[in-house]
Design a protein around this ligand. Structure first.
Ligand SMILES: C[S@@+](CC[C@H](N)C(=O)[O-])C[C@H]1O[C@@H](n2cnc3c(N)ncnc32)[C@H](O)[C@@H]1O
Length: 223
């Protein structure tokens, strides 16, 4: 049996660190299955569903979970996003390593079918890009960001977002939509270096984006 401990990259370790104790974890876009195996191995959840849109990664995930001894408590499904998957009470849905627009599409496809997520659903999202669009979507659908983390992995900065359904969602500013409401208020580990990195990227983006330009012009107020 493979040992599911110590198998995660720094990026995936940070994703894992934001997953609360859950009755079910659904890892959408599981690819290798390591995150799900880690969750089961660390008793974050008694049951796991891993989905992948492609057959090969879905099979790879199934094999890895079997190798780790988790066949009985896990299911690897080849499907698009959450299609055909049931979210039960105290479910955490993880979508990591995809573009923000792809993550938005997976969540909006689910909402089109089900109207809303159960109130105690947690989303742990790690978009590679399009943070503004994804955070806007969360806000528009009464999904409140409660925590964010920054991680540097092999020279790249990644942001992980944890969000929950909410009766009332705070209206986010453009700066918060681009950079993260929790990141700007709590200034988590790596805040300064992340802000310096984002500033350079956003200065370029500001040339064709007036919302971005306004944020960059008031940068000092964010620090
Ligand atoms: C870059 S990998 C990320 C894997 C893993 N989540 C991680 O963070 O290391 C993206 C995976 O998502 C899968 N994927 C892409 N779009 C998907 C969708 N709509 N539904 C399910 N899986 C998807 C791909 O096949 C691929 O295995």
């Amino acid at each position: 049996m493979a040992d599911a401990q110590d198998i995660l990259s720094s990026r995936l370790s940070t994703v894992a660190s934001l997953i609360p104790a859950s009755d079910l974890v659904i890892d959408v876009g599981s690819d290798h299955g390591k995150l799900g195996a880690w969750c089961l191995s660390n008793e974050i959840c008694p049951r796991l569903i891993a989905t992948d849109i492609h057959e090969a990664p879905a099979k790879r995930t199934e094999s890895f979970l079997r190798l780790c001894g988790f066949s009985e408590v896990s299911q690897a499904v080849c499907t698009d996003g959450l299609t055909g998957i049931e979210i039960v009470d105290r479910t955490t849905v993880v979508i990591a390593g995809m573009g923000g627009l792809e993550i938005r599409k997976i969540l909006s496809d689910y909402l089109e079918m089900h109207e809303k997520f159960p109130l105690d659903t947690t989303l742990v999202l790690q978009p590679q890009r399009s943070f503004y669009e994804l955070r806007t979507f969360l806000q528009e659908n009464s999904i409140e960001i409660e925590k964010e983390a920054i991680v540097l992995d092999r020279g790249h900065y990644y942001v992980v977002i944890r969000a929950k359904m909410s009766e009332k969602v705070h209206k986010l500013t453009d700066a918060e939509l681009f950079l993260g409401p929790y990141i700007l208020s709590a200034k988590p580990e790596r805040f300064e270096e992340y802000m310096e990195h984002q500033r350079k990227l956003m200065e370029k983006q500001a040339l064709g984006d007036s919302r971005c330009k306004a944020v960059v012009e008031n940068w000092e107020a964010l620090l």
